[in-house]
Design a binder for this molecule. Structure first.
Ligand SMILES: Cc1cc2nc3c(=O)[nH]c(=O)nc-3n(C[C@H](O)[C@H](O)[C@H](O)COP(=O)(O)O)c2cc1C
Length: 229
């Protein structure tokens, strides 16, 4: 039996001290008046992402995507937001990856955005649908050579035997992506999360954080309400 190496006491102490000294909501944060919020969440989401980008939040178009397995065990990872429009929040991945398999079996997911520069968080929950092959292919064709090369490497979430194997596959993929920028990748799948609930959180230095939740009813109308922080 192997024992797990533990950090020594000093390292653990230093780490805990670091955690205690780190701060959130320590900068000038924007005001948010929920009374002026639009009746549907999409325009507010687009406004907040735009403002996060303008305020210098790095990579504001990346988000946490949570899915669950058959036993209800959640898993989460970062993916890129490809678009957000009337149909929903769009992202792409390999259909054969862990998240792809989980979405195939249980097409329900949650997204999380956090933009520290403006102290804002957005949570989105809803049902996920798969785009058709033509739309998935077109989405990949619009992306960078690197994105195509990464997609061409494939095998996402499978066990990798060595970094040398990845190196070889990646080199071939970059060459092919540069040579044939329209190469289709069959496992590449565009998804759309059709939001049923969207929550906007504006952090506040005095901890009077504002939480505004949008919920969509059966008839498609949105209702809003405040939540205790
Ligand atoms: C900033 C960032 C952006 C990423 N964007 C994507 C993406 O758009 N699509 C994707 O499949 N993986 C993306 N990844 C990798 C995923 O986080 C994850 O490692 C991979 O998709 C495998 O996840 P899974 O095994 O849970 O299916 C990104 C990772 C980071 C850190």
């Amino acid at each position: 039996m192997t024992t797990t190496p533990q950090p020594d006491e000093q390292t653990q102490h230093t780490f805990r001290r670091l955690l205690r000294t780190l701060r959130v909501w320590d900068t000038e944060l924007p005001a948010f008046d929920p009374g002026t919020a639009p009746p549907t969440p999409l325009p507010l989401f687009q406004q907040w992402l735009t403002e996060a980008a303008a305020a210098g939040s790095p990579e504001p178009h990346t988000m946490a995507l949570a899915t669950a397995d058959a036993e209800g065990r959640p898993s989460v990872r970062t993916v890129m937001l490809h678009d957000a429009d009337q149909r929903g929040w769009h992202f792409a991945t390999h259909r054969t990856s862990r998240k792809g398999r989980e979405l195939q079996a249980r097409p329900q997911a949650a997204l999380g955005f956090y933009w520290p520069a403006v102290g804002r968080q957005v949570r989105v929950e809803g049902r996920v649908t798969q785009a058709g092959p033509a739309e998935s292919r077109a989405d990949l064709a619009k992306r960078s050579t690197g994105a195509l090369a990464a997609a061409l490497v494939g095998h996402q979430s499978e066990e990798l035997s060595s970094l040398a194997e990845l190196e070889r596959a990646s080199r071939d993929a970059w060459e092919r992506a540069a040579r044939e920028p329209q190469t289709p990748v069959d496992s590449w799948q565009l998804y759309t999360l059709d939001a049923e609930e969207v929550e906007f959180f504006q952090g506040d230095a005095g901890r009077r954080h504002i939480r505004l939740r949008y919920r969509r009813s059966q008839d498609g109308a949105w209702t809003t309400g405040l939540l205790w922080p």
